[in-house]
Write a protein that binds this ligand. Structure first.
Ligand code: ATP
Length: 363
């Protein structure tokens, strides 16, 4: 069991508040990803959970026990670092045995647990090698195995894949997700990579300048971003964000923005500056000269094609709508060219509205 509860956890370094009153309830068995841009406080938060850094405010509970001031070695949490932190002069077997030796485990127990951990990440054939005789991916597995061998209550990982090349990162990502499913243990994983977060997490905590921006499943964050920041951070290519004004018309709400032809919405309060968000995959491209081809419901943006990029599987059609740039991802079978007059359409259910001043989502 490892349920971690953070209550208003805060860490200041002089004038800089690296982590600002973050509260999170991490359920036993969750794969929680701490996600956010460089400097948003992810590593500082993870180090406080690990016990490597004291908070300047708030508290941390592990299975109902307050562990805020408890030394790292007593917490029974295993940390896997980006740099692997392996002992270079020791063989893989000895690197794995080290945490057990420190604890005074018997020789027999050490041998069997080292072998079991090595087998679970497929490095049993490398046990006699030194770290320098391993590839980056193999070293990363040794680091994970060294955490496994301790049978900790939870695994804490700080960008463990960032030193791997793109292909290996994808493979290792899948292995880590499988390992999490097999172990059923709690993982807390730091990354700035939204793909890692989307593919591995059961829950994402999105951080922005030390604050918790949004906490939920990957689907919740992607489908219902709670702020402009969250909308722009998740998704590649990024969500299109357009400045607009919300005004009442005929009992419904109309949104007026340069190039926006007809965008109707119900339920939001009128007369305010907003930001309209539409993901590239939710827009479709229509011939602007053919009125019959343009859907009449939802959003319609009239503009010109600027550039078409072929990505192999799909194409990105970059358009100019008034002063704004809007990107659509669509099937390569469509034959749009730079200079084409087009209308971009999206169903109303796929249009996100945010208050421009506060940045928060309008329901
Ligand atoms: P990255 O993805 O770049 O590692 P991060 O999200 O992990 O970033 P942190 O390393 O937690 O961010 O840093 C958060 C903020 O706290 C940054 O502004 C950083 O400069 C500051 N900070 C972190 N550690 C210290 C320290 N020991 N002394 C002073 N400021 C620090």
């Amino acid at each position: 069991m490892a349920r971690l509860v953070l209550n208003q956890i805060t860490r200041a370094f002089g004038d800089v508040t690296a982590v600002d009153r973050i509260s999170l309830d991490i359920a036993d068995g969750d794969f929680l990803v701490l996600l956010g841009p460089s400097g948003c406080g992810k590593t500082t938060l993870l180090r406080m959970i690990a016990g490597l850094l004291d908070p300047t405010g708030g508290s941390i509970e592990l299975d109902g026990t307050d562990i805020t001031g408890m030394p790292a070695r007593k917490r029974d949490l295993a940390m896997v670092f980006q740099s692997y932190a392996l002992y270079p002069h020791l063989s893989v077997a000895k690197n794995l045995a080290f945490p057990l030796k420190v604890r005074g485990a018997s020789k027999q127990e050490i041998t069997s647990r080292v072998l079991a951990a090595a087998e679970s990440v497929d490095i049993a054939h490398l046990l006699e090698r030194k770290p320098k005789e391993l590839s980056g991916g193999q070293r990363q597995r040794v680091a994970v195995a060294r955490a496994l061998v301790r049978e900790p209550r939870a695994f804490l990982m700080d960008e463990p894949l960032s030193n791997l090349d793109a292909k290996l990162r994808t493979a290792t990502r899948q292995e880590l997700a499988a390992l999490h499913r097999t172990l059923g243990a709690t993982f807390v994983y730091v990354t700035h990579d939204q793909v890692e977060a989307m593919t591995m997490a059961t829950k994402i905590a999105l951080l922005n300048a030390g604050r918790l921006e949004q906490y939920g499943t990957p689907e919740e964050l992607y489908d219902t971003p709670s702020s402009i920041f969250a909308a722009g951070f998740l998704g590649s290519p990024a969500m299109n964000l357009l400045d607009a004004t919300l005004t009442t018309a005929d009992g419904s709400i109309a949104i007026f923005a340069p190039g926006v032809e007809a965008l109707l919405w119900k339920g939001a309060s009128p007369d305010r500056d907003i930001v309209v968000g539409i993901r590239p995959e939710h827009l479709s491209v229509h011939d602007g000269a053919d009125a019959a081809a343009v859907p009449t419901a939802g959003a319609a943006l009239r503009g010109t094609v600027d550039l078409v990029e072929n990505l192999g599987r799909e194409q990105l059609v970059h358009c100019r709508i008034g002063d704004e740039r809007v990107t659509v991802s669509c099937d390569r079978a469509e034959t749009w060219r730079a200079g084409d007059l087009v209308v971009l359409a999206a169903p109303a259910a796929r249009v996100h509205l945010f208050d421009r001043a506060s940045g928060r989502r309008l329901e």
